[in-house]
Ligand binder design. Structure first.
Ligand SMILES: [Zn+2]
Length: 140
């Protein structure tokens, strides 16, 4: 059975891609959250070929630049996680000093916390998402 990130097209909206990686919109609970997924199923960063690693970094930085230019966060947290889905992927978490958890690691709500409305979504509008995607596309 293929994992969720192998079947990213079924679950996410694409922002940008190259031959080795794709950037998609992430959790609505973090403003501007982006996931960058390696296209081949690989469980560890150390499993990537140099070309795949470069492809991952290329997509990650290009989309990160567009996020910086449009959203003007105070900082971006760049993370590589494999806790929930064992398929190499990175995150772009734009952060603002006004964030409730500024200075602490990003904490995404569990399904239960989201259901109980302990966290509030900060999803970007369609217009802002389009602006970011257009910026990445036209600069590359
Ligand atoms: Zn996979």
């Amino acid at each position: 059975m293929k994992c969720k990130f192998c079947e990213w097209e079924k679950h996410y909206v694409k922002i940008y891609e190259n031959a080795h990686a794709v950037a998609v919109w992430g959790s609505p609970y973090v403003k501007g959250h982006v996931k960058v997924i390696v296209k081949r199923h690989a469980e560890n960063l150390t499993d990537l070929s140099p070309e795949e690693a470069a492809g991952l970094m290329d997509v990650w930085i290009k989309v990160g630049k567009a996020i910086q230019e449009v959203l003007h966060p105070d900082i971006i947290n760049w993370q590589i996680n494999g806790n929930w889905v064992r398929h190499v992927h990175g995150h772009i978490y734009p952060r603002w000093q006004s964030d409730q958890d500024w200075g602490e690691p990003i904490h995404l709500p569990t399904k239960e916390q989201a259901h109980n409305k302990e966290y509030h979504p900060h999803e970007l509008s369609h217009e802002v998402k389009t602006q970011i995607a257009d910026l990445v596309f036209h600069k590359n």
